[in-house]
Design a protein around this ligand. Structure first.
Ligand code: PRP
Length: 207
């Protein structure tokens, strides 16, 4: 059986990603969700998992050190990497939206947008014909309008709790997000039987 290396996103998506793999019949170690190990081998399946930051999953897959991976559509839209998107797993669903303080309009001269998705934000405001300055942050994006750093944020909304608890409201819905199974194009060719088998097992578990 050909060996497969799978890049898994640590953090929020991880549990749901493990669950769908288990539903598809992959035997994961009992401590998969608690371990601090970054590489986990499952010899019976001839699979090796690497546990990466969600933003880094497409990097490992593009470089071919992972054959396949599970990545959020937000990350794929942001990075535009050369990977094949094989399947929408329909897990970890959320969306990208713009948000800001209630009843505010954007500064007419130089509106500022805080985000950890500079590419998505730039593309969106270009499409709607707004000239904006993008301020790239790494997290806690909701702080930006509260302390006067930005007019709007472009960020993920899942339950909406972070916006609500920080007194922000949504303005525009930008894109729907869910986790996708992605593949390195060369692996997809060389290991097609193995990868296709995995896709069909997972497809049956997509709800
Ligand atoms: C994400 C996102 C929002 C929040 C949305 O942040 O950037 O802040 O989750 O979720 P909610 O709608 O359910 O409240 P994350 O927790 O990943 O942390 P971050 O601030 O470091 O980006």
């Amino acid at each position: 059986m050909t060996e497969l290396t799978i890049a898994m996103p640590k953090g929020r998506i991880f549990m749901e990603a493990c669950k769908i793999l288990e539903n598809a019949g992959f035997q994961l170690p009992d401590d998969m969700e608690e371990t601090r190990k970054l590489m986990i081998a499952i010899p019976e399946e001839n699979i090796r998992f690497i546990l990466a930051k969600p933003m880094d999953v497409p990097v490992y897959v593009e470089h071919g050190v992972a054959d396949i991976g599970i990545a959020g559509k937000d990350v794929l839209l942001e990075q535009q990497r050369t990977v094949h998107e094989l399947l929408d797993l329909k897990i970890s669903t959320c969306y990208i939206a713009s948000a800001g303080l209630p009843n505010t309009t954007m500064n007419e001269v130089a509106p500022r947008i805080a985000t950890k998705y500079p590419h998505i934000a730039t593309k969106y405001y270009k499409e709607i014909g707004e000239q904006v300055e993008i301020i790239e942050l790494n997290g806690s994006i909701e702080l930006a309008p509260m302390i006067g750093l930005a007019d709007r944020i472009v960020d993920i909304v899942s339950t909406g709790r972070t916006l609500k608890e920080n007194g922000l409201v949504e303005y525009e819905h930008i894109a729907d997000v869910s986790s996708r199974l992605i593949a390195n194009p060369v692996s997809y060719r060389l290991k097609s039987v193995r990868i296709q088998e995995m896709v069909s097992r997972l497809r049956k578990c997509v709800q």
